[in-house]
Design a protein around this ligand. Structure first.
Ligand code: MN
Length: 320
């Protein structure tokens, strides 16, 4: 998915101060993508920029799309990040400038590593399932690996783990010995958890964690977390007690030590790096030297980058 807000403000992800276990609710803010799609953005938020290397979390749906076009995101570029496409229901057709063409269904992992640059499109196929529900997540690449060669992975058979009343599917990283085949670049974890009853989910003390409820209202660490809400949990926990009924994403990782510049669909370390990526994309749309490449098979025009903000893009601390 693309961040297509018309006025994307500069956002900076900075190292989180880690003070052990906390319990901090983050309410979603509604963001309109294009003309019809509304998503709920959990990260970055005013008080919380990142959880581990997770630096962008959008939750969308469930939306009735039987009589609608569904998701229609035209080709757009990325650098410095991985996109994690996770559908709870429905399916999305991914195409990218490497030539990938994959129908990613609910329960399958679409993992695109942008590295030094890639372009992709995401579309509901025709025909498509009546309900579209999912999460679009970004993982920041660490500085030394932020310019790796782009790649796309489609994993249709992810490892699962059952503990108490919790059935986990591991998207990235490892939980209780179940390890995802998705390639990662920093210590990180992501899991989809379907909960029916009580469970204690094994955690890693060095990681910070958050839970995003996508259905129901499970009790997490003794606190009810309603649908579309994120609960930040901090670090230094060996396990996470959960109870009730619902479904949530568990996101975690080693606190990310580097400051980032996030603007539009780019994650960089400096305003210059991001401005260059923008200029390269715009030049490419006018027939310039390809850096990102063409997304073949997509009918329609690619997205243009918005104007850069009037103030220089700079990496800053945790404050906006
Ligand atoms: Mn995208």
């Amino acid at each position: 998915m693309s961040d297509v807000t018309t006025d994307p403000r500069l956002t900076v992800c900075a190292a989180a101060a880690t003070g052990g276990p906390v319990s901090e609710l983050v309410a979603p803010r509604t963001v309109r993508l294009g003309t019809s799609t509304e998503v709920r953005r959990l990260l970055p938020s005013l008080g919380r920029r990142m959880v581990g290397a997770w630096c962008f979390v959008d939750h969308y749906g469930p939306d009735e799309v039987a009589a609608e076009p569904g998701m229609q995101v035209a080709p757009h570029p990325h650098i410095g990040l991985q996109t994690v496409s996770w559908l709870l229901s429905g399916e999305v057709h991914h195409r990218d400038s490497l030539g990938s063409s994959a129908l990613v269904r609910a329960g399958e992992l679409g993992l695109m590593t942008a590295g030094r640059g890639i372009a992709h499109s995401e579309q509901s196929p025709e025909p498509h399932s009546p309900v579209l529900h999912g999460a679009q997540l970004w993982v920041a690449l660490p500085g030394r690996e932020r310019a790796v060669a782009p790649r796309f992975e489609h994993h249709t058979d992810l490892p699962t783990l059952t503990t108490g009343g919790a059935a986990l599917t591991v998207l990235l990283g490892e939980v209780g010995g179940a390890a995802s085949p998705g390639r990662t670049h920093s210590p990180i974890v992501g899991a989809d958890v379907v909960l029916r009853g009580r469970a204690s989910i094994p955690l890693v003390r060095d990681f910070e964690y958050a839970v995003l409820t996508v259905a129901g209202a499970p009790e997490v660490d003794g606190r009810e977390v309603g649908p579309g809400t994120l609960l930040y949990l901090g670090t230094d926990r060996a396990e996470l007690p959960v109870a009730g009924e619902g479904r949530f994403l568990l996101l975690g990782g080693e606190p990310f030590a580097e400051e980032l510049v996030m603007w539009w669909n780019f994650v960089g370390r400096s305003g210059e790096e991001v401005a260059r990526a923008r200029a390269d994309w715009q030049a490419e749309l006018l027939g310039g030297t390809p850096r990102f490449g063409e997304v073949s098979g997509f009918e329609g025009d690619p997205l243009h980058a918005p104007e850069l903000p009037p103030t220089p893009l700079r990496p800053r601390g945790r404050e906006r």
